[in-house]
Each structure stands twice: as structure tokens, then as C-alpha cells.
Design a protein around this ligand. Structure first.
Ligand code: NDP
Ligand code: 2IT
Length: 446
């Protein structure tokens, strides 16, 4: 089996040279899928996997704009329309200086399987720019978004491709992007999700990814007769996902003791709750991208240049970015008897870290399953837009809760091993794949 996997990966690496994050994401998936496909030859003969790793369309474009000093700036813009077997392309936009084609292809690839897991009819896509929002004025952000949409608008649509937010793209950016789309197309449609409540957004969308991650972790803990009650929890990041996760952990009786930024992490032994969580929103809004001011504001310790995984906790929720939890961090968590690691971010744990967790039989939830709540509520926003009605917070939250439970069940169904433990990586990959693969088979060689 190892040989077949290596041969497949060699092909992927040769055709997508230098795209290391994309290779990493594909390897994680095919390691679990190839043994399954070998047992199901119909997928093999139709070359479903070979087709799955090739995006249907990649759009790359220039984004020129003028900054507040009157200087011309040029960024790269991208949209990866990866797979439309089960619905219109769907996935976020990331604005961050680290954005490359490789990063967006890894995210778009993961999104195909994630969206399938949500049970909603959404294909996979991702986009973004190497634009750095750090230190930019509101006017500059608007100018950039308008220029970005001036090219993107011709490729997207409510039934074609529906972008949303990701790192560096929140409610403000979606507003500017939507305004420009509407102006260019002269139509008011659900072409983006994460919109404001007054103009077509869904209640609970800002909370959805973090809440969903914690609902998923709750289900995982439940398989061991455990819960969040009284547990110490390490969260990384201080953005949208980290914020939602912190709120829900508190509601379920857990204590959040860390958040982090690119500058380091803060350790708050009394717990990050109430006003302190609201302060996270203030921190993000400053556009300074540092978490240290939290430590000054609440008189707690700040660890410069360090990651929160060295703190003694029961549960870890990485919610910042890819490859932010590596082998050494995993060993630290294990040493401190962590019982559950659930990903709020996309691919935050390196392959070596995942190996540590799986070897030690620690509950490990991969992002494509555990952070699917964000895109799931995006799907519910699309439904509400189509119906031209708005659901209450309670209705959306009930849907979200049910979807996360269903995803957990699907992982258990496809990932339970002989010793009764659950390999959530295997479960998520196979459960997400089957629906896509069967749809691709039905639609012929396209
Ligand atoms: P935000 O922009 O709100 O926050 C991102 C956080 O991660 C910030 O604290 C950010 O700090 C930090 N971060 C980003 N890049 C790096 C880096 N290279 N090194 C260290 N820290 C970094 O984004 P979100 O909360 O929306 O996204 C967080 C994660 O969750 C991402 O992996 C995203 O793909 C994933 N996700 C998001 C969903 C959503 O609906 N928003 C849905 C599902 C997953 P800084 O900006 O200062 O670098
Ligand atoms: O990674 C993700 O799932 C997202 N950034 C959310 C995508 C979406 O379309 O809501």
C-alpha cells in the first residue's frame, strides 16, 4: 500500500512543483483514501482521486490599488475553483502576506471534503491575496477590496461560486467586497456569505466556526465519558475562530487559559471569560496583529515568541493558522496529559504532531471535520438568501449543533478501528470523499 501511496504522491509533487502545503494536505488525505479505493475499484477505474487533486479552474490576477500616500501598490489575487461535483464552489478568502498558490490550493482541497461533510450542497473553493491588512487604514482596506472584486466579480455568482471570509477577511471586508460586486453587476444576490445582518447575513455566522469546533470536541469527549466541565483549555490565535471557541468553552464550564498571536502567547490562569473575551475583538480591530496588550490590560504573563502548547492543559484547540503545532509541541501536550486536541484552524497540526497524538491514542479532531461549522452556517446563509427570510439565532444554532453531531457520527462510522478507538482523520476523509466520488461518477468524465 505504501508503494501505491508514494507513487501517487510522486505524481502530485511532479505536477505541482514546490507547492509544499498542497502536497501535505493531499498526502494526509490519500494515505487514508487509497486503501479505501483499492477496496472500491469503481473509484479507481474512473480515476476519481487523480481528478480530485486537480482544480477545475485556477484564476490568478493583478490587484492594483493606491495607498493613502498616493503610491501605487500591486498585490496578487487568486480564486481556486476546485470541485463543483455537489454544488457551487464555496470557500473563504484569505488576506495575509503568507498567501501563495500552494496555501490556497491546500485550503481549497480541504474545503471539498469539509463541505461534503456538512451534508449541505456546496462544492470546494478558496481564494485570497498576499495583501497584508496589518497597519492599513480603513480607506486602504476598502480600496484594496474594491480592486480585488473588480476582477473577481466576473468569475463568481450565487449559483457559481460563493466566497466568504478567512484569515484577514471579516465582516468589514465582506461589506466592501459585496458593495463593489453589487455596483458592477447591478444585482443583490447571495454571492458572498458572512454578510451583515441588515443586508442578508445570517445570525450566528461570526460564532459558527468556534462554536462548531467546541460542539465537535464535546462529542469527541463524550465518547470517553468526559466533558468540558472544569477542564483547562489552551486556545491559539485571537481572531474570529478563537473568539467563538472561547465563548463556547466558557458556556460549557471549561476554563480558557491561553490565547496567542504571531508575537507570542498570554497565560491567564484565572480564565479568559466575560469582558476579556470581548477584549479579543478590540485587539483584532486595532489591525496591529499582536496579543501582548491583553497581558498589560489584565495583568497576566506574556511569553514572547512562544506557543501556548507548553502550558499544562486538558484540551487544546489550535485556532490560528497552518502548521502552528509541531512534533515538539505535541510531545509537550502529551507530557502534560492532554486528552483531546480539536482543530479550529485549517491544518494547524503538522503530520509529525498528528502521528504523536494518534500513537498515544489521544482524541484528535482534524479541521476538515471539526471546523466545518463556519462553512455550514455559510450554507445556511445561502439557504436563507434563496428563501428571502432570516432565521433566529436559536434556529441557526440548532442546525449547527445537529450538523456537527452528524459530522462526528460520520467520522465514527468510517473511522472506528478494531480496538474501538476512532481515527477521525480516516473517518473524515472517507466520509467526505464518498459523496463527492459518487457524484463525480454519476456526472461522467468532466
Ligand atoms: P482571523 O484573521 O480572524 O484570525 C487569525 C488568527 O491567526 C490571528 O490571531 C492571526 O494573527 C493568526 N495568524 C494568522 N497567520 C499567522 C501566522 N502565519 N503565524 C501566526 N499566527 C497567525 O482568522 P480566522 O479566525 O477566521 O481563521 C483562523 C483559522 O481558522 C485559519 O486557519 C482559518 O483558515 C480557519 N477557519 C476559519 C473559518 C472562518 O469561518 N473564519 C472557518 C474554518 C476555518 P495575525 O493576523 O496577526 O497573523
Ligand atoms: O475554512 C473555512 O471553512 C472558511 N474559511 C469558511 C468558508 C465559508 O465559505 O464560509
Amino acid at each position: 500500500m505504501e508503494e501505491i501511496i508514494n507513487e501517487f504522491m510522486n505524481g502530485v509533487i511532479a505536477r505541482n512543483s514546490g507547492e509544499t502545503e498542497f502536497h501535505q494536505a493531499v498526502r494526509e488525505v490519500v494515505e487514508k483514501l487509497i486503501p479505501f479505493i483499492e477496496e472500491n475499484p469503481k473509484y479507481k477505474h474512473a480515476k476519481i482521486l487523480e481528478r480530485l487533486v486537480e482544480p477545475e479552474r485556477v484564476i490568478m490576477f493583478r490587484v492594483p490599488w493606491v495607498d493613502d500616500e498616493g503610491e501605487v501598490q500591486i498585490n496578487k489575487g487568486y480564486r481556486i475553483e476546485f470541485n463543483s461535483a455537489i454544488g457551487p464552489y464555496k470557500g473563504g478568502l484569505r488576506f495575509h502576506p503568507s498567501v501563495t498558490l500552494s496555501i490556497l490550493k491546500f485550503l481549497g482541497f480541504e474545503q471539498i471534503l469539509k463541505n461534503s461533510l456538512t451534508t449541505l450542497p456546496m462544492g470546494g473553493g478558496k481564494g485570497g491575496s498576499d495583501f497584508n491588512p496589518k497597519g492599513k487604514s480603513d480607506n486602504e482596506i476598502m480600496k484594496f477590496c474594491q480592486s480585488f472584486m473588480t476582477e473577481l466579480f466576473r468569475h463568481i455568482g450565487a449559483n457559481t461560486d460563493v466566497p466568504a471570509g478567512d484569515i484577514g477577511v471579516g465582516g468589514r471586508e465582506i461589506g466592501y467586497l459585496f458593495g463593489q460586486y453589487k455596483r458592477l453587476k447591478n444585482e443583490f444576490t447571495g454571492v458572498l456569505t458572512g454578510k451583515g445582518i441588515e443586508w442578508g447575513g445570517s445570525l450566528m455566522r461570526p460564532e459558527a466556526t468556534g462554536f462548531g469546533t467546541v460542539y465537535f470536541a464535546k462529542e469527541m469527549l463524550n465518547t470517553k465519558g468526559e466533558s468540558f466541565e472544569g477542564k483547562r483549555v489552551a486556545i491559539s490565535g485571537f481572531g474570529n475562530v478563537a473568539w467563538g471557541a472561547a465563548l463556547k468553552v466558557n458556556e460549557l464550564g471549561g476554563k480558557v487559559v491561553t490565547i496567542s498571536g504571531p508575537d507570542g502567547y498570554v497565560y491567564d490562569p484565572d480564565g479568559i471569560s466575560g469582558d476579556k473575551i470581548e477584549y479579543m475583538l478590540e485587539l483584532r480591530a486595532t489591525n496591529n496583529d499582536i496579543v501582548e496588550p491583553y497581558a498589560e490590560e489584565f495583568d497576566v504573563e506574556f511569553f514572547a515568541g512562544k506557543r501556548p502548547w507548553e502550558v499544562d492543559v486538558d484540551i487544546a484547540l489550535p485556532c490560528a493558522t497552518q502548521n502552528e503545532l509541531e512534533e515538539e509541541d505535541a510531545l509537550n501536550l502529551v507530557k502534560n496529559s492532554v486528552i483531546c486536541v480539536t482543530e479550529g484552524a485549517n491544518m494547524p497540526c503538522s503530520p509529525e504532531a498528528i502521528e504523536v497524538f494518534q500513537k498515544e491514542k489521544i482524541l484528535y479532531g482534524p479541521g476538515k471535520a471539526s471546523n466545518a461549522g463556519g462553512v455550514a452556517v455559510s450554507g445556511l446563509e445561502m439557504t436563507q438568501n434563496s428563501m428571502r427570510i432570516n432565521w433566529s439565532s436559536e434556529e441557526v444554532d440548532n442546525y449547527l449543533h445537529r450538523i456537527m453531531k452528524d459530522i462526528h457520527e460520520a467520522c465514527v462510522k468510517y473511522g472506528t478501528e478494531e480496538d474501538e478507538t476512532v481515527d477521525y482523520v480516516k473517518g473524515a476523509n472517507i466520509a467526505g470523499f464518498v459523496k463527492i466520488a459518487d457524484s463525480m461518477l454519476a456526472q461522467g468524465v468532466v
